[in-house]
Write a protein that binds this ligand. Structure first.
Ligand SMILES: [Zn+2]
Ligand SMILES: [Zn+2]
Length: 193
């Protein structure tokens, strides 16, 4: 596996800047891969891994860089929980590990480097140096992934009875015996003008 530094250089390019979140995300993903025994997630192991991320912040981009899991490949799943955590699922072994950043890591960063006033710089340095156990809590978990969640799933495409748009991956909803998209079923995040 590439080193922390080389992943950080890649993450900086992909994300647009280097920040504490990148360090956290790179280390979180490296730990997840290490625990699962996956050493080449972007090469020979590229079909083995699915990653759930629980926040849309800096660290998420770094997790994508290290794992090679992308939204467009259906290997990166977003659960909008606002938590600095991710679950790494090995499709080959069925093992999964959830890793969460500890709340105490910020205070520990402060105590390790009180001489650095800038919070981001302080955490960037401390998060590189800190032991994984100080940064993260880990938990083995079970993740059920039905076929339609897996990368490469080819299912039939359904057409919404209301708007006529196509729906993939069994995301349709049945309301009063009509097959609807989630928008027409009332889950809209926008309103037509
Ligand atoms: Zn950032
Ligand atoms: Zn619709």
């Amino acid at each position: 596996m590439p080193s922390l530094d080389s992943f950080l250089r890649e993450a900086e390019l992909a994300h647009g800047h280097l920040c504490a979140g990148q360090v956290l995300g790179v280390r979180m993903a490296m730990l997840g891969l290490e625990k699962l025994g996956i050493d080449d997630p972007r090469g020979k192991d590229r079909k083995r891994l699915v990653t759930f991320v629980e926040i849309d912040r800096c660290a998420t981009d770094a997790i994508g860089v290290v794992t090679g899991c992308r939204l467009g490949k259906r290997a990166l799943k977003f659960r909008d929980w606002g938590k600095m955590a991710a679950t790494f699922v090995d499709l080959e072994s069925g093992k999964a590990i959830r890793i969460a950043a500890k709340e105490s890591s910020k205070a520990l960063a402060r105590s390790l480097h009180p001489e650095i006033e800038n919070k981001n710089r302080q955490q960037m340095l401390a998060y590189r140096e800190m032991a994984a156990d100080d940064l993260f809590s880990t938990q083995w978990v079970k993740v059920d992934l039905p076929a339609e969640e897996l990368p490469g799933y080819k299912g039939e495409r359904i057409v919404c009875a209301e708007c006529g748009e196509g729906i993939n991956f069994r995301r349709e909803v049945v309301r009063d015996e009509r097959v609807l998209c989630r928008g027409c079923a009332g889950e809209n995040y926008y309103e037509p003008l």
